[in-house]
Design a protein around this ligand. Structure first.
Ligand code: FAQ
Length: 304
C-alpha cells in the first residue's frame, strides 16, 4: 500500500495529464465517456452502411478496392473505440445491446441516403472532413485510451478524406452530367455535415462539463466554424458551390459567416425520424442476428 502516492483525479486534470483506466475518476466522468465513446463506436459501425451500399456499384476496380479498404477501416475504428470503452468497465455486448434497443445513439449523418456515386466522394470530403476537425482535438482528450485510439483513427481518416476529395475532383472535372451529379451531392450533404458538430453551444447539454474535464477541447460552434473556413477554399479548387447564398468572408470576425443547419431537423433525426433511421437499425439488427453463430462458436472455442 502506498508505494507511490497516486495523484488525485482533480490534480491530474489540472495538470492536463492523462487519466488511465486504473485511476480513480468521478462516476459522471466515467459515464460521460462511455456515452461519447460508445456513440462514436456505433457511428463507425453504422457508418459502414451508406458507403457499403456502393461497393458492388463502384465504377472501376480501382475505385472498388479503395472503397472496400475504407469501409473496412471503419469497422477497425469501431473496434478500437469499443476496446477503449471496455477499459471503463462496460462490455461490448452491453454496448451493442444499448444500440440495438435504441438506448444509445449514433451520428445523425448516417441517417441520410447515398443516392449516387458522387455521394461517396462527398462523404469522404465533407463527412470525413468534419470527423477530422472534430477528432483531432480528441487526440488530446484527458482519457488516455480514447486519446490514443483517436491518433490512429485520425491518420486513417485523413486518407479517407483525400480519397473523397480526389474522387469528387475527378467528377467535377468530368462530363457535364458528372459535374452536375457532384454538385447535387454537395447540395444534399452540406447541411447534414454541419449538423454533425451537434447543437449550438447554448443548447449543448454536455459541453461545459466535458470541457472542464478536458474531454472536449473546443465547443460545437467553434469546430463548426473551423470546418466551414476549411471547406470554402477546397470548394473553390473543386469548382463546386456550397449551397449557402449567405456564405461570405467577414473581415471583422476573420471567419466566414454562414447559415447554420436546421437544428430542429438534427433533433428529429437524432430521435429516430430521419430518412434512413429505420433501415439502418433493421440492417444492423439483421447483421447482429446473422452473426450469432460466430459468437457461439467463439464462445465454445474459448470454453475448451
Ligand atoms: N448526431 O451536449 P451535446 C464518424 C446529441 S464521425 C447524433 O453537444 P456532446 C467517421 C448528443 O449525443 C461521427 N447525436 O453532446 C466516419 C447529446 O445527446 P445525449 C461520429 C448528436 O457529446 C465517417 C445531445 O445531442 N463522431 O463516424 C449529434 O457534448 C464516414 C446534446 O449534444 C463522434 O461521435 C449528432 N450529430 O457533443 C465513419 C465524435 N450531436 O447523448 C464512417 C465524438 C449531438 O445526451 C463514414 N463525439 N448529439 O442523449 C463528439 O465529439 C461529441 O459527442 C459531439 C456532441 C460533438 C458529437
Amino acid at each position: 500500500t502506498g508505494i507511490t502516492a497516486t495523484r488525485s483525479f482533480d490534480a491530474l486534470i489540472a495538470a492536463d495529464q492523462r487519466i488511465e483506466p486504473r485511476d480513480e475518476m468521478p462516476d459522471a466522468y466515467r459515464a460521460g465517456l462511455v456515452r461519447q465513446i460508445a456513440q462514436h463506436a456505433h457511428s463507425e459501425i453504422i457508418g459502414m452502411q451508406p458507403e457499403g451500399a456502393w461497393i458492388s456499384r463502384a465504377p472501376s476496380l480501382r475505385r472498388k478496392a479503395i472503397l472496400l479498404a475504407k469501409v473496412q477501416d471503419e469497422a477497425g475504428h469501431g473496434l478500437y473505440l469499443y476496446a477503449a470503452a471496455e477499459t471503463l468497465g462496460v462490455s461490448r455486448d452491453e454496448l451493442e445491446g444499448l444500440l440495438l434497443t435504441g438506448r444509445q445513439k449514433y451520428s445523425s449523418i448516417f441517417n441520410y441516403p447515398t443516392l449516387t456515386w458522387a455521394d461517396i466522394g462527398v462523404i469522404g470530403w465533407l463527412v470525413d472532413g468534419a470527423a477530422i476537425v472534430n477528432q483531432v482535438p480528441l487526440c488530446r482528450c484527458s482519457y488516455g485510451p480514447y486519446a490514443r485510439a483517436m491518433i490512429r483513427i485520425c491518420k486513417e481518416e485523413s486518407f479517407h478524406q483525400r480519397q473523397g476529395y480526389e474522387l469528387l475532383h475527378t467528377l467535377a472535372h468530368g462530363s457535364p452530367a458528372q459535374r452536375e451529379m457532384a454538385q447535387d451531392a454537395v447540395d444534399r450533404w452540406w447541411y447534414p455535415s454541419l449538423a454533425m458538430f451537434g447543437p449550438p453551444d447554448g443548447e449543448s447539454t454536455h459541453s461545459a462539463q466535458s470541457m472542464k474535464w478536458g474531454v472536449k477541447r473546443f465547443s460545437n460552434d467553434e469546430l463548426r466554424q473551423r470546418f466551414v473556413d476549411m471547406c470554402v477554399p477546397q470548394a473553390e479548387v473543386l469548382g463546386l458551390t456550397l449551397p449557402d447564398p449567405d456564405l461570405r468572408w467577414s473581415e471583422e470576425r476573420g471567419h466566414h459567416d454562414f447559415t447554420p443547419p436546421d437544428f430542429d431537423e438534427l433533433m428529429r433525426v437524432v430521435k429516430g425520424d430521419g430518412p434512413c433511421n429505420a433501415q439502418r437499425m433493421a440492417h444492423r439488427r439483421a447483421a447482429h442476428d446473422n452473426g450469432s453463430w460466430v459468437r457461439e462458436a467463439a464462445a465454445a472455442h474459448a470454453a475448451k
